[in-house]
Design a protein around this ligand. Structure first.
Ligand code: UTP
Length: 291
């Protein structure tokens, strides 16, 4: 039984973001703003609110803006200070003091499994979280916190899932397994099927971008062969892990948005904007006036 605390979160962010071109030609997808915050910051804030102490960014060429965002910005801070803009200064400084942030480069985008493997040395021999920053999740308690509670209770890796009814399930990796007797949100995972046909989907549980994994997965990923498109899939590493350790699915409570996709980002923008006290009502009235 694994008893170590989950202290570190890996953010794979070295992908090319082709679904969001042309916006992502120069700007990392993870730096696109959802209302007024880069989507990456939502994930980092979720991790910190869940008790994570160390953020590990897996980055690639041209993605330095992500590291800069969590660093001090001397010129900006000095100017804000001189102009007496205290609130904005606190906002800027707050981001840089938010958490301990390290980064590692994935030299080629060889797949999500490979990106996670790049964080092996920084994670070391302890359980860790993986957060895909383009999955922005609105949940209270935060999705990762809910998962850490399951990890602490069950002592095995945890994959976040959401229930997807109907043919839309074919767009996801789908969990196979049986529901826990006591907690219907928990599944004892026995397998995973990548993008199955609707008729062949083993369940309604779609695997989304939050994982808690034991460090054993690194050794297994090292031996994972690249799949059809030459990428090392995280799913294949987890499938190998399943043969050795218990893995659980967990239907988190909350709402997920795929902000790496144009339509998903539009939905997230509307819903997050409506929740903002400073202009939510005004925005609602504006939207009502349009339809
Ligand atoms: P996605 O497939 O959603 O990201 O991978 P992508 O490849 O950047 O986007 P599209 O499909 O071309 O629009 C999920 C996450 O895994 C990271 C991505 O940055 C994203 O956060 N990733 C993917 C890596 O870090 N390395 C990879 O080799 C692949």
């Amino acid at each position: 039984m694994m008893s170590k605390k989950v202290r570190k979160a890996v953010f794979p962010a070295a992908g090319l973001g082709t679904r969001f071109l042309p916006a992502t030609k120069v700007i990392p997808k993870e730096m696109l703003a959802l209302v007024d915050k880069p989507i990456l910051q939502y994930g980092v804030e979720e991790a910190i609110a869940s008790g994570i102490e160390h953020i590990i960014l897996v980055t690639g060429r041209g993605k330095g803006a992500m590291e800069d965002h969590f660093d001090l910005s001397y010129e900006l801070d000095a100017t804000l200070e001189k102009k007496g803009k205290r609130e904005l200064l606190a906002l800027s400084r707050g981001i840089s003091s938010m958490a301990r942030v390290s980064s590692v480069r994935q030299k080629e985008p060889l797949g999500l499994g490979h990106a996670v493997l790049c964080a092996k040395e920084l994670v070391g021999d302890e359980p860790f979280a993986v957060i895909l920053p383009d999955d922005v999740i609105d949940a209270d308690p935060p999705c990762l916190k809910q998962m850490i509670d399951v990890f602490n209770e069950k002592g095995g890796s945890v994959l976040a899932t959401q229930t997807v009814e109907g043919p839309a399930i074919s767009a996801y990796g789908v969990l196979a397994g049986s529901q826990d007797q006591k907690n219907p949100r928990i599944y004892n995972c026995t397998g995973m099927v990548e993008k199955p046909k609707f008729e062949e989907a083993p369940s309604t549980q779609a695997i989304i971008g939050r994982y808690i994994l034991t460090p054993r997965v690194f050794a297994l990923l090292e031996h994972t062969q690249p799949g059809a498109v030459g990428e090392i899939q995280l799913t294949d590493g987890i499938k190998a892990l399943l043969k050795e350790e218990k893995v659980f699915g967990y239907t988190f409570a909350g709402k997920r948005f795929d902000a790496g996709d144009k339509f998903g980002m539009l939905q997230a923008t509307v819903e997050f904007a409506l929740k903002r006290p400073e202009f939510g009502e005004k925005f609602r009235a504006y939207l009502k006036g349009l339809v």
